[in-house]
Ligand binder design. Sequence first.
Ligand code: SF4
Length: 317
Amino acid sequence: MLDINDLKVHFDTSKPLKRKTIVKAVNGINLSLAKGDALGLVGESGSGKSTIGKAILHLVPITSGSIKIDGFETNPLNRKTERELRRRAQMIFQDPHSALNPRLPILRSVAEPLVLHADLRGSELRAKVAELLETVGLPSQFLYRYPHELSGGQKQRVCIARAIALNPELLILDEPTSALDVSVQAQILEFLKELQTKFSLSFLFISHDLSVIRHLCNRVAVMYLGEIVEEGLTTDIFHSPKHPYTQALLNAVPFPQAKQPHREAPLTGDIPSPVDLPTGCNFYTRCPKMMKGTCETTSPILSELSESQKVACHLHS
Ligand code: SF4
């Protein structure tokens, strides 16, 4: 369904007459996602997870690598591939308040992709938008309302309606509930889960919230400094995390009804700058299990531990 091969997203932020500065936001990742899978992408802020989501939709320039959606190569992007890409994949952003044009009624916001890509007009278009609103649990009276008349949860439902308008195969959800009141977060997450099952959608769910990922995703990929350090089935990762970074992330989250998988020392220090990556393992400056020599000089490769779990750490190579 989604096949990412050696994706790099580097940003040149050099200022005139100063030393060349390259931010390596995503640094050679491989990722695949089967139809109907929900893959959670986790990591601290600055790990590059949102950049991957944007790169899949070419909302940021790709430095190198290949991105295929259901066998369709999206890179390089031109008018034809862009049209096909927008039909196959859509993104739901963190903040529904800024994702909708305040001057447009809901009808026009949701209708936009249908006008551009499905050539719908008039009563046919209105009926389709009303049907989409119904799918996301909003009555047709909302067609003529403006964003300021809606609550945060209702606005996010409108964004979801717009995202599914063209029947995409892949939905990229970038922290879709983090800007909402706690009281509506659970409703939206439950709704997304139902939607995924109903339409057999593939989800790439970007979040720093591990309990949300655990609830919603059957697979997890853990990112650190632009690389994937561990990947596997949610059950394996949560019960038996192998990478010290994954262990530290899980250790920081209380799971009330679950046995804590590990009791490692909490993570200290900040994530290093993606402009100046450490030599060797990216995580060695913070790793409680760092081995002098090897970890400081040799970069570990993401390799298979079992059929369902991969890890990039010298402790497991
Ligand atoms: Fe820690 Fe070394 Fe493993 Fe990196 S390779 S996570 S520094 S033990």
